[in-house]
Design a protein around this ligand. Structure first.
Ligand code: ADP
Ligand code: ZN
Length: 519
């Protein structure tokens, strides 16, 4: 009857009438002493998935969180509901930390928030074992994956928890949904022995559109025509561009404000408050804007530049249409964006592996930009969710011209197969186009029958077609294989002639200025 207790606590302590999608399932599994990996979008309500069981179970629940600010915020919110939670962290005095520990050890506090590095010391583990906690929760669990968007080396150690506390359920939570990061988390934390709960990432009221960048100011003004009364966000890559764009829009009579991290705190707060309280304001911002903004009636999100990853893009567009009424999200992207993003990745540091992974994320986003069919389907497919064509995105409304691609598809798959599914797109294209570089000669790939067989297109076009094969699921990128292209079941079906492949005509048209396929 713990389920009954859970709903009672939800109502009496937190004041919510019912669970949201995924919460009840996660809570039930935890109360059943099973490990859980909960993958839910930001704002879905991940915290309750461990807070409610903590109260149902009684005793102590240990919560691991990567940031002091997040811990303090959660503890403060819990206190408002009358839940006794404490945190030990570097942002508090020694006395405060000692008091927090006493509260946890005496049974007075129900939840103890810790950073991974504080938890994973011999002393802390030994002390906690004596208290026999009933549940361990790992927030922002993607930090454990070096392929995830925010790897934290201190999270690595958490992989020992399952052995250190063999009888206690562990719940890991994340909003990062790409299947490989997810698998990685389940591998490390649970040896895969966990219930994985993924809630829907689909936002049916969003209309997704992407446009090749030609003249962004003109394209932006076109887009805004007739939207003077709507609230919206325009994302720009640079601080300077946000200010210039806000100015340009004001000159055109729009109610536009700027927001970026270089502005003083006061102007930022003023602009944010106006955006939230006044109708019809357009916020022109860098990605510094948006975290924690819960304005329900944002009618559009316009990207003047390519975002960094599908995850970032999903978060940014997710701010539109929270009231579930129709909203439009529109992205411009061009060659320069791609180059700029690649350069960012290279300059960011964090090692070669990380850079490779970031390039792959970017590739996935480009595949979305080039999607020959339903954009929403392409985006959600990346997050591991299968849906029907949405009928609302630009691709659904205005399908791109596509051509039959079975033959070129088979050429590419043939080379991927012949080279042992161990190479990325660059090498595959080199083989197809008959390039003679060191790698090719060394591996003897110049003696393959497919070597140089692809004279019909130039290298950038082949890359474009490969991206479309990836986007359509004929090829997959094996992240553990260092980004090698591998043939999927769907790809095998194409080789056998059991299924067909079509690709966008525009990727093979030689359009030096507006090509979608450069890298
Ligand atoms: P996440 O960690 O997934 O981003 P939070 O746990 O911070 O999300 O929850 C987001 C918001 O949703 C919070 O304001 C929370 O109180 C609210 N919320 C969570 N679960 C429910 C529910 N079952 N009913 C109503 N509101 C909820
Ligand atoms: Zn669609």
């Amino acid at each position: 009857m713990s389920g009954q207790r859970a709903i009672e606590i939800l109502q009496s302590v937190f004041g919510f009438p019912g669970f949201r999608e995924g919460q009840d399932q996660a809570i039930e599994a935890v109360l059943d002493d099973r490990h859980v990996l909960a993958v839910m979008p930001t704002g879905a309500g991940k915290s309750l998935c461990f807070q409610v069981p903590a109260l149902v179970k009684g005793g102590l629940t240990v919560v691991i969180s990567p940031l002091v600010a997040l811990m303090q915020n959660q503890v403060a919110i819990l206190k408002l509901s009358g839940v006794k939670a404490v945190t030990i962290n570097s942002g508090q005095s020694r006395d405060e930390n000692v008091a927090a520990w006493r509260a946890a050890a005496s049974g007075e506090a129900n939840l103890l928030y810790l950073s991974p590095e504080r938890l994973m010391t011999e002393r802390m583990i030994a002390a906690l074992k004596k208290l026999s906690p009933g549940l361990i929760a790992i927030d922002e669990a993607h930090c454990i994956s070096q392929w995830g968007p925010a790897f934290r080396p201190e999270y690595e150690d958490l992989k020992h928890l399952k052995n250190l506390f063999p009888d206690i359920p562990i719940i890991a939570l994340t909003a990062t949904a790409d299947p490989l990061t997810r698998e990685h988390i389940a591998d490390k934390l649970f040896d895969r022995d966990a219930e994985i709960i993924v809630t829907g990432f689909d936002r049916p009221n969003l209309h997704l559109t992407v446009e090749m960048k030609v003249n962004w100011k003109k394209q932006l003004l076109n887009f805004l025509e007739g939207r003077d009364n709507e609230s919206g966000i325009i994302y720009c890559l640079s601080r300077k561009k946000t200010e210039e764009t806000a100015q340009m829009l004001q000159d055109q009579g729009y109610n536009a404000l700027a927001y970026h991290a270089g502005m003083d705190q006061e102007s930022r707060t003023v602009n944010q408050d106006r955006f939230i309280t006044e109708p019809g304001i357009i916020m022109v911002a860098t990605i510094a804007f948006g975290m924690g903004i819960d304005k329900p009636d944002i009618r559009f999100v316009f990207h003047t530049d390519l975002p960094g990853s599908p995850e970032a893009y999903y978060q940014e567009i997710g701010r539109a249409g929270r009231d579930r009424n129709e909203a439009v999200v529109h992205m411009l992207y061009g060659l320069d964006d791609i180059r700029m993003r690649r350069t960012f990745i290279e300059n960011e540091g964090g090692g070669e592996e990380r850079a490779r992974r970031e390039h792959q994320r970017l590739d996935a986003l480009l595949a979305y930009c080039e999607a020959p069919e339903c954009r929403r389907r392409t985006l959600l497919d990346y997050f591991g969710e299968q849906i029907e064509a949405c009928g609302k995105c630009d691709c659904c409304n205005n399908p791109a011209e596509t051509v039959e691609g079975d033959e070129v598809g088979r050429v590419i798959l043939g080379v991927v197969e012949a080279t042992g599914q161990r190479y990325g797109a660059g090498h595959i294209v080199d083989v197809i186009t008959g390039k003679s570089n060191e790698k090719i000669l060394q591996m003897g790939h110049d003696s393959l029958s497919a070597y140089g067989s692809g004279k019909a297109h130039k290298a950038p076009q082949w890359r474009g077609i490969i991206r479309q094969l990836v986007a359509a699921g004929f090829l997959a990128i094996d992240i553990r294989g260092y980004g090698a292209l591998v043939i999927t079941d769907k790809g095998r079906a194409l080789v056998k002639g059991d299924t067909a492949f079509r690709y966008r005509l525009d990727v093979v048209q030689d359009r030096a200025k507006t090509s979608r396929v450069a890298r």
